[in-house]
Write a protein that binds this ligand. Structure first.
Ligand SMILES: NC(=O)c1ccc[n+]([C@@H]2O[C@H](COP(=O)([O-])OP(=O)(O)OC[C@H]3O[C@@H](n4cnc5c(N)ncnc54)[C@H](OP(=O)(O)O)[C@@H]3O)[C@@H](O)[C@H]2O)c1
Length: 230
């Protein structure tokens, strides 16, 4: 018996891969794993019969892709917008195409995914969790060359508050987690040699638990989740 159908984006590696494994450990969940790299996801989740993997690109037609993927699922209970793209560049040197790519993946694609999945979120209470960054959290320490990334993530924070305001009293709640450093390929590529105080599996446990429970008490909240970033 499946009680919850859960969508996780960015499931091919890092936090998203660990999230799928964590959520699929409960056999009452069915997890829809999304990323561009279908082959890697199929290898990752081969042994998990309650995981379905689909190729999905936030830079392409999000609504058409997700509609065909989810047509056989009657409802979605939890959406975790985990996929992300980090581009590093100083402000004078940011190229427009990379700025656009950052906003396509970290913001526009997420908004379109929410628009497309909302009609499927028909449970008495469903939840959307947006994964943002500590760099997008107002008043946090800022690091150079991350403006194209964290400004898109900041838009996601603002979207979370606006979504909750527009859907006050509705059955779908949305919250946003601003993560500090987690030891993933994204972090190693951006900050070679830096050692994060948190592993993807540990963060995935926290996000999974948050996604399944916190919406009974929280809506429209932007929450810093960090050991390392003031
Ligand atoms: N690691 C950290 O320290 C840290 C800190 C703060 C916030 N975060 C946020 O946490 C989330 C997970 O980060 P991570 O460190 O696990 O990153 P990661 O290892 O780079 O994984 C990113 C995931 O996003 C997917 N993705 C990238 N471009 C995509 C696209 N165009 N369409 C669909 N999927 C796409 C990738 O899959 P494919 O390449 O297969 O498509 C991959 O599965 C991200 O939102 C990130 O910004 C991470």
């Amino acid at each position: 018996m499946i009680y919850k159908t859960i969508v996780v984006t960015g499931a091919s590696r890092g936090i998203g891969k660990a999230l799928v494994e964590e959520l699929a450990a409960n056999k009452e969940h069915h997890v829809i794993a999304l990323s561009r790299d279908l082959k890697t996801m199929k290898n990752n989740f081969n042994a998990l019969e309650n995981v379905s993997s689909y190729a999905f690109d936030l830079e392409l037609n999000v609504k058409a892709q997700i509609t065909s993927i989810t047509e056989k699922y009657p409802k979605i209970d939890l959406l975790i917008n985990n996929a992300g793209y980090l581009v590093k560049s100083s402000i004078p040197n940011i190229e427009r195409n990379l700025l656009m790519k950052s906003f396509e993946i970290n913001y526009f694609g997420v908004v379109e995914l929410v628009q497309a999945l909302l009609p499927k979120m028909t449970s008495s209470i469903s939840h959307i969790v947006n994964i943002s960054s500590m760099g997008a959290f107002q008043g946090s320490v800022k690091f150079p060359e991350l403006s194209a990334y964290t400004s898109a993530k900041a838009a996601l924070c603002n979207f979370t508050e606006l979504f909750a305001a527009e859907n006050e009293g509705a059955n779908t709640r949305m919250n946003c987690l601003c993560l500090g450093a987690v030891q993933t390929e994204m972090l190693s590529e951006a900050f070679p040699g830096y050692e994060a105080p948190c592993q993807p599996e540990d963060m995935a446990k926290f996000i999974a638990d948050f996604g399944l429970k916190s919406h009974y008490f929280l809506n429209g909240k932007i929450i810093p989740i960090s050991l390392s970033t003031p």
